[in-house]
Write a protein that binds this ligand. Structure first.
Ligand SMILES: Cc1cc2nc3c(=O)[nH]c(=O)nc-3n(C[C@H](O)[C@H](O)[C@H](O)COP(=O)(O)OP(=O)(O)OC[C@H]3O[C@@H](n4cnc5c(N)ncnc54)[C@H](O)[C@@H]3O)c2cc1C
Length: 371
């Protein structure tokens, strides 16, 4: 009987690890990849996809089944489905497939790579199925087109990028307001002044110390949203787009393996603490923070440790990125960023990120060259 590795989540972490294992072409290994999404989603470009007519769906979604087709059929199984309940003692996971069938999968090694989703009905991450994410992107695009006044809440990098995309396209024709809970953007990171400067150039309005406490349909016009701030002010807008809060997709993981933020608790090998054969990588861990390049390093480390575990060997410490890189595209010509504590020029961030939103890198996840 070949050993079975079950991977939950088919995104930056899960698909990377699947490729890494399958590339080894090991005869006595079966990889089972379970993903709620039938498609790999380049969510980094979601904030640009909601600007009408700029990106196509096929630019940012690629079918996972096609990405795995080059491997021998007997070496893997790809299941579009949702992990509902994991039992780390019984070494099993109960899933629901896209057709609604309930199945229990047994594993020798398990990888938890189900990431996180953003709070609110917004498409910045893949919260639902491929079809649901696609529909949400399209409906958000329609609402953007129709709105005259748009409020973006949350001034982290996603909020800055979304405001930049909106203001680049509509800064002269619509009112674009970014609400920051604190008195600086991006939690006061050193890129904050540059990001604010770039947004102002695009005519976006930034409102500081504007923490949202409540949103509700306007009584006067139910098509509009009232955004209530902690300072007592109420803004009325045509479109409210929240970007704050990443919620880990860990409801199926027994609570004792999660930390106080509902993130999976791992050791330096990225093995789930208290287990011998469960591993985790990516936003589900968010260590030191959520980021796809950080995820890439972790996926490489977990792949190596799975190989070692399957060979009956001890794991090695997973290497992290040598330097923290933070970059926010601001529209389709500028940006703000840093490598470590070294500030990057606006044009450099544009060339490295904003020009393409990283889309050329997606092919590595599809053809497997990332692994
Ligand atoms: C707008 C935006 C821009 C970003 N830009 C950058 C950037 O420039 N640089 C950077 O480093 N990072 C960036 N990030 C962060 C990056 O997107 C994440 O770090 C990355 O997506 C993490 O990948 P992941 O595989 O851990 O999880 P995710 O991408 O969250 O994917 C999780 C996968 O698991 C699936 N899933 C969820 N629940 C279940 C379940 N119960 N069963 C089965 N499958 C499930 C989901 O459908 C999804 O396919 C950005 C994030 C956002 C929102």
């Amino acid at each position: 009987m070949p050993a079975t590795v079950v991977i939950l989540g088919g995104s930056f972490a899960g698909l990377h690890i699947a490729h890494a294992l399958l590339k080894k072409n090991t005869k006595d290994l079966k990889v089972v990849l379970v993903s709620k999404n039938s498609h790999f989603y380049w969510n980094l470009a979601s904030v640009r996809r909601i600007i009408p007519g700029v990106l196509k769906d096929e630019d940012i979604f690629k079918p996972i089944a096609a990405a795995l087709k080059k491997y021998p059929e007997s070496s893997y199984e790809f299941i579009v489905g949702t992990a509902e309940e994991a039992d780390f003692d019984a070494k099993s996971v109960r899933i629901t497939t896209e057709s609604g069938e309930s199945k229990t999968l047994s594993y020798d090694q398990l990888v938890v790579a189900t990431g996180s989703h953003t709070a609110g009905n917004v498409p910045w991450k893949a919260e639902g199925t491929y079809e649901q994410t696609l529909a949400l992107l399209k409906s958000t695009e329609e609402k953007v087109k129709a709105a005259n006044h748009i409020v973006v809440a949350g001034a982290g990098t996603t909020g800055v990028e979304l405001t930049g995309e909106l203001a680049f396209e509509f800064g002269k024709t619509k009112e674009i307001v970014l609400l920051s809970a604190g008195d600086k953007l991006v939690n006061g990171d050193i890129i904050a002044p540059a990001a604010a400067n770039e947004l102002k150039k695009l005519n976006a309005k930034i409102q500081y110390n504007a923490r949202v406490t409540e949103t509700r349909a306007s009584a006067a016009d139910p098509a509009k949203t009232e955004v209530v701030l902690a300072n007592g002010e109420t803004l009325t807008t045509d479109l409210y787009l929240p970007t704050m809060g990443l919620i880990p997709n860990t409801t199926y993981v027994p609570a004792k393996y999660l930390n106080e933020n509902k993130l999976v608790d791992v050791d330096e090998f990225f093995r789930v603490k208290g287990t011998t054969n469960v591993w985790a990588a990516g936003d589900v861990v968010s260590k030191p923070r959520a980021g796809f390049m950080i995820t890439q390093k972790q996926a490489a480390g977990v792949s190596k440790n799975l190989e070692l575990a399957l060979a009956g060997k001890e794991p090695i410490v997973v290497k992290q990125l040598p330097m923290d890189i933070l970059a926010a595209a601001v529209g389709r010509s500028r940006g703000a960023g840093r490598m470590g504590s070294f500030k990057l020029p606006s044009i450099g961030v544009y060339l490295a990120k904003g020009k393409t939103m990283g889309l050329p890198m997606m092919s590595g996840y599809i053809d497997g060259s990332v692994a």
